[in-house]
Design a protein around this ligand. Structure first.
Ligand code: NAD
Length: 325
């Protein structure tokens, strides 16, 4: 039986990854600052611990592990990443998790580690035109991410690649593009655009106005978490180090996306664009490399993945109402 450690198992993607690894027959240890709030934890062992602390890292990274998945990061959506207020935490906390975990993996002689980077590391100058963003893997340099979150991801990608070159550790690096779905953060300030829009629409009364940050012309693509986890597992099983994009190529403007969610809800609502942090003008996954290297790419239509997510967020809102009644 293969043994894996999932760092960030209390989080959104980490929780789904634990579940997937268990379904595949792995023995799984999870570690996180917190338990998964949706109870999506199927791990054999779950340790509440801080990966900034080397003692905790030495405790959870044991030499019997076959694989480590490093997803722990201090992160959130535009309201967390682009205001500037959390920049030092984002860089310090996430970098420390990566530095500590990777070095312990080397010390304990573990052969394989996965790292979740982000599309936020791509240069801002290639993402100014909402209709024509460039996010191919080879467009990363000259580096110019538009957030400190992106800079930390770029630093850490390079860190992982050095451990591959200098210590022979099999490293796999993916650049995730806007992952969403059930069990994702949907309120509280760290939620991302799809969850925030689903929440606003689900909570709205007939004929309400839905506020959308920015002019609504900014474009993005969104990927359901199940397909993200599928990509992670395929990358891990492949002999390709990466970095490689894991995202959807179905690009949409934020206003059109809000309209899609309204349509799914069946409500009559209107949009109002307001000032707010938005990030780059355009971003879309380029799946040329993943198709080439893994002979696979995500394929679920955005409408379907959004229906799944909208339904789940509506249920959470109903549950909260009942709890507070
Ligand atoms: P998440 O915030 O739900 O999960 C991250 C987890 O890391 C959290 O549960 C958090 O408590 C944990 N963590 C943070 N600091 C820690 C520490 N010091 N010690 C232990 N645990 C710590 O986020 P997610 O959406 O599941 O993202 C997982 C990974 O994927 C992150 O590295 C993120 O940067 C990356 N990513 C996510 C997206 C996305 O759209 N969700 C896009 C690009 C990249």
């Amino acid at each position: 039986m293969k043994k894996a450690l999932v760092c960030g198992a209390g989080g959104f993607i980490g929780g789904h990854l634990v579940k997937r690894l268990k379904e595949e027959g792995y023995w799984v240890r999870g570690v996180d600052l917190k338990e998964n709030e949706y109870g999506n934890i199927a791990s054999d062992e779950f340790i509440i611990g801080d990966l900034r602390d080397m003692k905790t890292v030495a405790e959870v990274v044991t030499s019997d592990l076959d694989e480590v998945y490093q997803l722990a990061a201090d992160m959130g959506g535009a309201g967390f990443v682009f205001t500037g207020d959390n920049d030092s935490d984002i860089m310090h906390n996430s970098a420390l998790c990566n530095l500590n975990v990777l070095d312990e993996v080397k010390t304990k002689g573990i052969k394989k580690i996965f790292y979740s980077s982000s599309a936020c590391m791509y240069p801002e100058y290639n993402q100014m035109d909402p209709d024509n963003p460039k996010c191919s893997e080879d467009s990363a340099y000259p580096a110019a991410p538009d957030s400190e979150y992106g800079w930390e991801k770029l630093f850490s990608e390079r860190l992982y690649l050095t451990y591959n070159r200098n210590h022979g550790i099999e490293v796999r690096v993916a650049r995730f593009h806007n992952i969403f779905g059930p069990q994702g953060t949907w309120d509280g300030g760290r939620e991302k655009a799809p969850a925030a829009l689903c929440r606003k629409v689900a909570m709205a009364q007939e004929n309400d106005v839905i506020e959308v940050w920015g002019d609504g012309k900014q474009t993005r693509s969104f990927l359901l978490v199940d397909e993200c986890v599928e990509g992670v597992r395929r990358l891990m099983e492949s002999d390709f180090t990466g970095p490689v994009n894991i995202g959807s190529e179905e690009m949409i403007s934020i206003n059109d996306y809000a309209k899609m969610i309204i349509d799914i809800s069946g409500k009559k609502l209107t949009l109002k664009n307001i000032e707010g942090p938005t990030g780059v003008a355009g971003r879309n996954s380029d799946n040329t490399l993943i198709r080439q290297k893994l002979d696979w790419e995500p394929s679920m239509p955005l409408r379907k993945s959004t229906e799944i997510t909208y339904r789940w967020i509506s249920e959470q809102i109903e549950k909260k109402k009942l709890e507070n009644a």
